[in-house]
Write a protein that binds this ligand. Structure first.
Ligand SMILES: [Fe+2]
Length: 316
């Protein structure tokens, strides 16, 4: 799918990472239980919860309390010289910059995408990986038992946020906006689903969109694990914790990752993801426009009937 062209200088004004995302949910206690069971480092902060991966200080998600589940904002990380370039584009497109929400520091760009999703772009270290994530080596064979006993199953702890998928009511406008303003590039466009990556080196998608007539919303966040074994163990870990609903084990076509999606208490999902395709810095990835039926997943069980339902956009 890729060409051989490597351009060492990504264009100015392109974000490098999905820095974090912010949700509101009706029950922070339940959110804490869900994400702790999932294997994340969940800490209580001033205005809700912060989700980290163990061993790191980066906050990948913030969760506040509100009557209904809602996507609050998406934050992208950029290198300092790229921020004024993005600000200039906002002016060219007559997209107003907004004051930071209460309690948020100055210095970041805040604005809304065409569907009304609040976006933040701020200077931040690159939190997306610079190369394909390492896999744990396969277990030994010939000499010893490769599988532990059931009661000795290791805990699964994701190593980072891979990507997130959001509902969009107008796919063309969304793709145009995120590529023109944020410098993201289209990896693959399957019509009702599209995938965008960063030109500073990122996985096949930092963010993805799924079409939903009713409005914007948060569908899932995907968390990288180190083997297909961990994808399966993660699913078992969540089933033990009472979260048996979801979709997997399977393998996607676009992005190529092995997946298991666990349904959260609000009808959206957290995904264990392994071995997603990687697009190096400056690499001219040639995307496709595949038929969605032919590119949703390579193998796996049928998805739940309501897998792409946008509960967030439905009346209470
Ligand atoms: Fe995903």
């Amino acid at each position: 799918m890729g060409s051989a062209s490597i351009d060492q200088a990504p264009p100015a004004g392109a974000v490098h990472s999905l820095d974090h995302f912010a949700l509101s949910v009706p029950d922070l206690g339940l959110a804490r239980q869900f994400y702790e069971s999932f294997g994340l480092d969940v800490r209580v902060a001033d205005r809700g919860l912060e989700l980290r991966t163990f061993g790191g200080e980066h906050v990948w998600a913030r969760i506040a309390e509100a009557p209904r589940k809602k996507l609050e904002y998406i934050c992208f990380g950029a290198f300092a010289p790229d921020l004024p370039v993005i600000a200039a584009r906002l002016r060219e497109l007559d997209t107003p910059q907004l004051p930071p929400p209460d309690g948020e520091p100055d210095g970041a760009l805040w604005f809304r995408d065409p569907a009304g999703i609040l976006l933040q772009v701020r200077t931040a270290p690159k939190s997306s990986p610079d190369e394909k994530r390492p896999a744990v080596p396969p277990p030994p064979f010939n000499h010893e038992r490769a599988s532990p006993y059931r009661d000795a199953r290791p805990d699964v702890r994701p190593i980072g946020l891979s990507h997130a998928l959001f509902f969009q009511p107008d796919m063309r406008r969304a793709i145009e906006f995120y590529t023109a303003v944020l410098g993201l590039k289209l990896s693959d466009d399957a019509g009702p689903v599209a995938f965008l990556h960063g030109v500073h080196g990122s996985e096949h998608h930092l963010i993805a969109f799924a079409h939903n007539e009713a409005g914007p919303g948060y569908h899932h966040s995907a968390w990288a694990v180190r083997s297909i074994e961990e994808v399966g163990l993660g699913a078992a870990q969540m089933e033990d914790a009472g979260y048996a609903r979801g979709w997997g084990l399977g393998r996607h076509v676009l992005g190529s990752n092995y997946f298991h999606y666990v349904r959260d208490p609000w009808g959206s999902y957290a995904e264990y993801s392994f071995d997603i395709d990687y697009i190096p810095r400056g690499y001219d990835w040639v995307g496709g426009h595949p038929d969605p039926e032919n590119s949703f997943y390579l193998w796996g069980p049928n998805p739940p009937e309501d897998f792409t339902r946008n509960y967030e956009a439905e009346p209470a």
